[in-house]
Design a protein around this ligand. Structure first.
Ligand SMILES: N[C@@H](CCC(=O)N[C@@H](CS)C(=O)NCC(=O)O)C(=O)O
Length: 213
């Protein structure tokens, strides 16, 4: 029997939680909803997550966890042998530091590129300025992350993927769409190869490709 249900949508920020769930080895049920069809704004879904966003993790007993770092921390703590989150400080704190940075700084910089129009209230000239600045900010953030990746392709030198490695892997999937070339960023390339070889990550990507959306 599943210990939790992850509500998510294919090829969105929810994919990080999906990958972490798959890499954990835990029995977590998956429910894909379609953002395009507005399923995240239905009364049934809003009753689950009033924010009207994916991902959301229903852990039973009336408890629903939202926000990627919280969801991934819960999953990792339920599967300590997975090594997805170091148990001991200071490595645990450093993992949380990178998770917060990927969640707040890097993701938000990327979102500003894709949603410049929304933030500009429909003013195209303002949107163009926001977008150009957001691309610069995203490039600088990727440079910073690139320099931090260790020889083993991880952020923390763990020799295996932890949550922030998976976050960074997923976010860099969108670099092409922003016309940011990460081909020469050797650290990020090492990280992408290491995380991309993780069987759980591969399974999650295959499941999302099969589900479409
Ligand atoms: N802070 C949330 C953000 C989630 C989020 O922005 N989800 C997007 C998909 S990537 C969403 O559900 N958007 C629907 C909407 O804003 O209407 C997290 O990281 O878990």
């Amino acid at each position: 029997m599943s210990i939790a249900t992850l509500w998510t949508s294919t090829r969105t920020g929810g994919t990080v939680s999906h990958m972490v769930a798959a890499a954990s080895g835990l029995d977590i049920a998956l429910r894909f909803i379609s953002l395009r069809a507005g399923e995240h704004k239905t009364p049934a879904y809003l009753a689950l997550n009033p924010k009207g966003e994916v991902p959301a993790l229903d852990v039973g007993g009336g408890v629903v966890i939202t926000e990627t770092p919280a969801i991934c921390t819960w999953i990792a703590d339920m599967a300590p042998a997975s090594g997805l989150l170091p148990a001991e400080h200071p490595q645990r704190a450093k993992a949380l530091e990178w998770m917060a940075w990927c969640h707040f700084h890097l993701s938000r910089s990327f979102v500003l590129v894709f949603a410049a129009n929304r933030f500009a209230g429909g003013d195209e000239a303002v949107a163009a300025v926001i977008k150009a600045q957001a691309v610069l900010r995203s490039q600088a953030a990727l440079d910073y992350a690139n320099a931090a990746v260790q020889a083993d392709g991880t952020l923390l030198g763990t020799g295996h993927a932890t949550i922030p490695d998976i976050q960074l892997f997923m976010i860099t999937n969108f670099a092409d769409a922003m016309a940011i070339d990460i081909g020469a960023m050797a650290g990020l390339q090492r990280l992408r190869a290491m995380v991309g070889a993780n069987p759980g990550v591969q399974a999650a990507l295959a499941r999302e490709a099969a589900a479409g959306g």
